[in-house]
Ligand binder design. Structure first.
Ligand code: HEC
Length: 156
């Protein structure tokens, strides 16, 4: 039986794939429901606003100085998006994308920034500060209790 012969390999591969997706959420995962988002994507909005907006414009839309990051996230994909932030870039002379390699706050939050950009693009999330989906709110409170986001209070 074909299925029987092939199944050990497929089962092994499937087990590896399932384990890797179950253990960690993928960079770029997001949930958008009624214009609200999951806590990670919300944090992506906060990090973007603090670290990137001055150049890239409000809500990822780009400015006269730096490109739209909603389109960039979809075009570049995860590896190149993250790599550009780590390494910096200057394709057009004088328009410098700084390297964030020495900034642990940004480096640790690139997956969340990526999620926010994908949510804004393919996820259809609107402009402005999103709200968190109520049923997912608890995760954020636990994270705040654990001291993971000490800036949260200042932002409110
Ligand atoms: C000092 C201004 C400045 C800041 C701050 C900044 N960027 Fe940039 N970024 C730029 C410029 C300018 C470019 C275009 C560089 C070029 O032409 O090569 C760019 C390019 C990029 C690109 C490539 C875009 C594309 O279309 O290929 C990504 C991704 C990016 N920035 C992400 C970020 C993220 C995420 C942050 C915040 C953590 C950030 N940038 C903060 C100025 C900035």
């Amino acid at each position: 039986m074909m299925v029987f012969k092939r199944s050990p390999l497929f089962a092994a591969l499937a087990a590896i794939l399932l384990a890797s997706t179950a253990l960690a959420s993928e960079p770029g995962d997001y949930v958008v429901e009624d214009g609200k988002v999951d806590p990670s994507t919300y944090e992506g909005y906060l990090v973007y606003t603090r670290a990137c907006m001055a150049c890239h414009g409000p809500d990822g839309l780009g400015s006269s100085f730096a490109p739209n990051l909603i389109q960039a996230a979809e075009r570049l994909g995860w590896a190149e998006f993250a790599g550009t932030i780590a390494a910096g870039r200057e394709i057009q002379p004088g328009q410098v994308m700084p390297s964030f390699a020495d900034d642990p706050y940004v480096m640790g939050n690139i997956p969340k920034i990526f999620s926010y950009m994908l949510a804004r693009g393919e996820g259809g999330l609107g402009r402005g500060r999103p709200q968190i989906i109520e049923s997912m709110q608890e995760e954020t409170e636990e994270a705040a209790d654990a001291g993971e986001d000490g800036n949260e209070a200042a932002e409110e």
